[in-house]
Design a protein around this ligand. Structure first.
Ligand code: AQP
Length: 328
């Protein structure tokens, strides 16, 4: 049996080039090497308030985008998390073996809580639900961006604790990070990671941004006071632009230095913008074809849920049995 891959993305805002380079590109690339399950994690999205109508639309839009970036539904299961109730069933069982102190140490929860007046308990439980997503399918590989590394470590800790309390039940998942692009930073502020929910029109390049908007955002991106690219002394903004270029084009490190050393920032930005526009153009074209086909995306999601439900049910039953819970 081939090892299983699982990863997820929240239907919050529009997916951006950080999501793409950090995770989605890898999803499409490795899908044929494994049995792959990719999840639109709507239950994670509602850990912060979402407008219901907008959320419903975003789920379908994101599914269309995942198909457009190359997720092949004949091979990979594309699933909406809330369509498989076993995610929440397992999350509860894992919640009961997770020390609160482990959750309080998670940095993403702290950062997201800072911006809220009050927070729901779901925000604290977010990484337990993520552990459930992964362990439910006994996934061996989890391709994510660097910001999710801490959550992955927690998922392993939870699996280990469960296994030691109740006997070997879960496969131990490994984190799979891209070599370039694991952490793309905001164009307006290269000290913070590019994020879907960040405010500011110059922050992120959305995968559906028209070419003119992409060029405008990149040309206005924050750099530093140096006159030109210097690989020995570059600020975070220039490093971020070079990472974006390298991740989109696959240029190796030596070639990057040869191409960009001494280049003025205006010219660097132009080359980055050209690379991003050229890479996103075919994705955008496919996206518009996919969403124009009535019922297609909904069918893919229905079939995905049907395909993974027996795996999810099997794990939940094993976990219930291991814990001594009632099974009919
Ligand atoms: N800036 C980034 N650089 C590289 N990878 C990134 N990812 C997110 N931002 C970057 C990776 O994208 C995948 C899906 O992310 P997510 O939607 O589950 O949640 P997130 O990590 O919280 O992403 P956002 O864009 O910041 O969303 P919001 O604003 O809604 O919280 C993950 O694998 C993530 O690592």
């Amino acid at each position: 049996m081939r090892a299983r891959v699982l990863s997820g993305i929240q239907p919050t805002g529009s997916p951006h080039i950080g999501n793409y380079l950090g995770a989605l590109k890898n999803w499409a690339r490795i899908q044929y090497d494994y049995e792959s399950i990719y999840c639109i994690v709507d239950l994670h999205a509602v850990t912060l308030y979402q407008d219901p109508q907008e959320l419903r639309a975003k789920i379908l839009e994101l599914a269309g985008m995942l198909l457009a970036i190359g997720i092949d539904p004949k091979h990979s299961a594309l699933v909406v998390q809330s369509a498989v109730p076993e995610h929440t069933e397992l999350a509860w069982m894992l919640t009961c073996v997770t020390p609160v102190g482990w959750l309080e140490r998670m940095t993403q929860h702290k950062a997201k809580a800072e911006a809220q007046e009050t927070i729901g308990d779901g925000l604290l439980q977010y990484p337990v639900l993520m552990a459930a997503d992964i362990l439910l399918y006994q996934a061996a590989i989890v391709p994510v961006g660097e910001d999710q590394k801490q959550h992955l470590e927690l998922a392993r800790d939870i699996a280990q604790r469960f296994n030691s309390l109740y006997g070997e039940t879960f496969v131990m998942p490994a984190t799979h990070l891209p070599t370039v692009g694991a952490r793309i930073m905001g164009l307006d502020d290269p000290e913070t990671k590019m994020s879907k929910s960040a405010v500011g029109s110059g922050h992120a390049v959305s995968l559906l941004d028209p070419p003119a908007a992409i060029r405008k955002k990149i040309m206005r991106s924050t750099t530093d006071s140096n006159p030109a690219v210097d690989f020995q002394a570059m600020g975070a903004g220039v490093r971020n632009l070079l990472s974006i270029y390298q991740a989109f084009t696959g240029t190796d490190g030596d070639a990057m230095e040869a191409q960009f050393t001494g280049m003025r920032y205006g010219d660097l930005k132009k080359q980055v913008a050209d690379a991003v526009v050229a890479s996103l153009e075919p994705i955008q074209k496919r996206y518009h074809e996919i969403v124009a086909e009535p019922g297609y995306v909904a069918r893919v999601l229905r079939e995905g849920a049907e395909r993974v439900t027996p795996i999810a049910r099997d794990t939940c039953d094993k976990v219930k049995h291991a814990m001594g819970l009632y099974t009919a």
